[in-house]
Ligand binder design. Sequence first.
Ligand SMILES: CC(C)(COP(=O)(O)OP(=O)(O)OC[C@H]1O[C@@H](n2cnc3c(N)ncnc32)[C@H](O)[C@@H]1OP(=O)(O)O)[C@@H](O)C(=O)NCCC(=O)NCCS
Length: 175
Amino acid sequence: MEEFILIRPTSEYASQLAEYRQEFLDADNSMDGCGPLRRFGNPEEYIQVCKDYENPETVPSHLVPATQFLFIRKSDNKLVGMIQIRHRFNDFLEKYAGHIGYSVRPSERRKGYAKEMLKTALPFCKQIGINKVLIACIDGNTGSEKTILANGGLYESTVHEPNGDRDLKRFWITL
Ligand SMILES: CC(C)(COP(=O)(O)OP(=O)(O)OC[C@H]1O[C@@H](n2cnc3c(N)ncnc32)[C@H](O)[C@@H]1OP(=O)(O)O)[C@@H](O)C(=O)NCCC(=O)NCCS
C-alpha cells in the first residue's frame, strides 16, 4: 500500500483543490466530506472557510465545529481524497449525517483509499474526545458501507432522511 498523510487545506494545495472540485462537477458526483467546497470556485476562499469552520469562535451558528482533512498520496503529493470530522452533533448530524463524511476522487477509486483514509482519520476523532463515531451512508452505497465495515463499523439502523428523500444506514465505530 502507498503511504499517505492527512493534512488541513493550505495554499500549497489550492490548485489541486480546484481540480478535485472540478472532477466531481464533471462526474456529477456527490462531494461528500468536503464541507462547502462545491460553493467555492476560489480555493483560497475555501481554505479560509475551513479554518473558520474548525474554530468554535468563527464557525457559523447553524453548524458545529469541524476539521477538514486532505488525504495526500506521498509518492506524488497528490490530493486523492477528502474527509471531514464534525466535533460534535447537532440534531441533523445525530440523526442522519454522523461525525464523518468522506470522498475519493473518481479517478482514484477502487484502490482501497477510502478504507485507508478512514483508518488514518480515526485516531484524530479519539484525540478530540469522540469515543464512538457515527457514520451514515446511503443505503446501496456499497463502497462506503464496505469502507465503514472494514474499519470496525457496527450497523445500528436505517433511517429515512426526508430532505434528501433517501434511506441512510447508520454505523458506529467504537474507538
Ligand atoms: C464511497 C467512496 C468513498 C469509496 O472510495 P474508494 O476509494 O473507491 O473505496 P475503496 O477502494 O477503499 O473500497 C472499499 C470497499 O468498497 C468496495 N467498493 C468501492 N466502490 C465500490 C462500488 N462502486 N461498488 C461496489 N463496491 C465498491 C471496494 O471493492 C472495497 O471492497 P473490499 O473491502 O471488499 O475490498 C467513493 O466511491 C466516493 O467518494 N463516492 C462518492 C462520495 C461518497 O459516497 N462518500 C461516502 C459518503 S458516506
